[in-house]
Design a protein around this ligand. Structure first.
Ligand code: SAM
Length: 224
């Protein structure tokens, strides 16, 4: 899988070198390319934004610069279809189902907005372009300063589903959100008593049926 990101802050993606994702990259399971949107801007200041039509606060990222950047990156790709993820708090809320679907993609490009966001014509244009499958996605119902943190969170949840990235694939089977509404049961390890809090007796009983029932009951309990 190839994952690219377009951003005005490429440095935000340094954590992709760490932990399991870094290992997956070094092992050839996933390839990352982070591009600076300003490389596609002209002028001394390499400005990528302008004032909003209709007035209002803040600045909007220019469609012509995004278009140039996305077209350039797409022209270098061999994949027939690129999943273009446009990050926006007004998009569909990202879920484990999206992570699963995107983990099967050959090529994903994350478009990280800043300021008041990306000119709406970028999404409109690429939705009509056969080379792209466009996803306008939000990390949640809150506003970040930019799309980079949202992209990193999505990249982590997508790449850990690629076969070979997680050492023990069984650990993916019983996780929270593996099916709609499923939350994993509470987990414990040694010592058996910590600050006077004991591990539930059933987990020390060796009774596998009772343990399975306890875990299933706990999974369906509300955690609010
Ligand atoms: N004016 C926009 C609004 O009210 O919907 C918010 C723009 S936000 C300050 C700048 C950029 O951060 C967005 O274009 C988007 O790329 C990113 N962003 C902010 N919150 C996000 C979220 N919850 N999910 C995904 N991306 C987000």
């Amino acid at each position: 899988m190839k994952i690219s990101a377009l951003t005005i802050f490429p440095e935000y993606f340094a954590p992709l070198e760490l932990s399991l994702i870094g290992k997956a990259r070094r092992g050839g399971l996933v390839d990352f390319e982070i591009h600076d949107l300003r490389d596609f801007a002209s002028g001394v200041h390499k400005s990528v934004d302008d004032t909003p039509y209709g007035g209002g606060a803040g600045m909007v990222m220019r469609a012509d610069i995004w278009g140039e950047a996305i077209d350039h990156l797409a022209s270098k790709e061999s994949a027939n279809l690129i999943d273009l993820v446009i990050l926006t708090p007004s998009g569909k809320r990202f879920t484990q189902r999206d992570a699963e679907a995107l983990s099967k993609s050959e090529n994903i490009l994350f478009a990280c907005g800043r300021y008041e966001g990306i000119d709406a014509r970028v999404e409109e244009h690429y939705r009509k372009d056969q080379r792209f499958r466009v996803h306008a996605l939000s990390l949640g119902d809150f506003v970040l300063n930019g799309g980079e943190v949202a992209a990193l969170a999505m990249i982590e949840s997508i790449t850990r589903l690629i076969p070979g990235v997680i050492g023990n694939p069984d650990s993916l089977l019983e996780e929270s959100h593996v099916s709609e509404g499923f939350l994993e049961y509470p987990v414990y390890t040694k010592p058996p008593v910590w600050r006077e809090i004991e591990v539930p007796d059933v987990l020390l009983s060796g009774n596998h049926a009772a343990i399975a029932k306890w875990r299933s009951d706990k999974s369906s309990e509300s955690r609010d």
